[in-house]
Design a protein around this ligand. Structure first.
Ligand code: C2E
Ligand code: MG
Ligand code: MG
Ligand code: MG
Length: 284
């Protein structure tokens, strides 16, 4: 009886694995098509605000699966598939080009693009970014690249020199989801970083959980002591905002202020406009 149950369970598990593989292959095929056709994927833009919530300081580009069938597929999931299937280089290049092209004709002070750790391991990455900037005409000082802590834990010469080259050209490097990785803080001394983004998991519990609040406060103080900018991501309530103000945080991002928006919606926000009818903006 127990054996039968066990085998039954195993078969269910095997079935799930097949489903997962099938799903991954489907997503991979769709992604390849989207990357060559330039259709099927798009970017949403979530504004980042000054601590008083009044000024838009910049915006973060977030990839969206445009296909209706896959509209429920979260960004993190198909980014993971793209990484696994060797497509992240092309996908990352597409996102960077699209975001720069969009930002250049707008009054956005800066645009932030998420970068996979795999992209930073490519010795040619800094050159690729420089080519995209000159092709789109975006000032490097208006580009921020967000990556996660995992990248900096690797004692990897390629990553180090890629980050150094990017920063030398005026691009700013942001540590995303700060506090969730193996925060071996020594990398903050080894690498020059321009901004820390405190992970949503700490912000979410800010007004309920004393230890989450203590950690958020410590992370903000760390940023202040290192003289780097600090953003809180995933701010959803007025209480969280008030606490972040009292802790000295610089920048806020989250549903309380604005969800990720279509390009046209972003430019319709007060204080932002587009000087040139950009391709991306016109399409929205
Ligand atoms: P992330 O860079 O940490 O982005 C923040 C995520 O939180 C986004 O999810 C955003 O939509 C969501 N978010 C923003 N404000 C709130 C809030 O107030 N509450 C809640 N619950 N969520 C909020 P999204 O768009 O699903 O992206 C997930 C992750 O996928 C990103 O995390 C990023 O790591 C990755 N990603 C997105 N676009 C790209 C890309 O172009 N390239 C790479 N390599 N990764 C990307
Ligand atoms: Mg990010
Ligand atoms: Mg983040
Ligand atoms: Mg995140």
């Amino acid at each position: 009886e127990a054996k039968k149950n066990g085998r039954g369970r195993y078969q269910v598990f095997a079935g799930d694995m097949d489903d997962l593989l099938l799903r991954k292959r489907k997503v991979e095929a769709e992604l390849r098509k989207a990357l060559t056709g330039g259709d099927g994927i798009k970017l949403a833009y979530q504004p980042v605000f000054s601590i008083d919530g009044r000024r838009i300081l910049g915006a973060e580009a977030l990839i969206r699966w445009g296909h209706e069938v896959h509209s429920a597929l979260p960004a993190a999931q198909f980014i993971a598939i793209a990484e696994e299937r060797g497509l992240i280089g092309d996908l990352g290049k597409w996102a960077l080009t699209e975001a720069c092209r969009f930002a250049v004709g707008t009054e956005l002070p800066w645009i932030a693009v998420n970068i996979s750790p795999l992209q930073l391991r490519d010795a040619g990455f800094a050159g690729q970014v420089a080519a995209i900037l000159s092709e789109t005409g975006l000032d490097p000082a208006r580009l921020q690249l967000e990556t996660t802590e995992s990248v900096l834990l690797e004692h990897n010469d390629t990553i180090n020199s890629v980050i150094a080259a990017l920063r030398k050209s005026g691009i700013r490097i942001v540590l995303d989801d700060f506090g969730t990785g193996y925060s071996s803080l020594s990398y903050l001394r080894r690498h020059a970083i321009d901004k820390l983004k405190i992970d949503r998991s700490f912000i979410r519990l800010l007004d309920e959980d004393k230890s989450a609040a203590a950690i958020a406060k410590a992370l903000i103080e760390l940023a202040l002591a290192l003289k780097v900018e600090v953003t809180a991501e995933g701010v959803e309530t007025d209480e969280q905002k008030a606490l972040l103000v009292s802790m000295g945080c610089h920048q806020l991002q989250g549903y309380l202020l604005s969800p990720p928006l279509e390009p046209g919606q972003l430019l319709a926000l007060p204080g932002l406009s587009s000087s040139v009818p950009e391709r991306s903006a016109a399409r929205a």
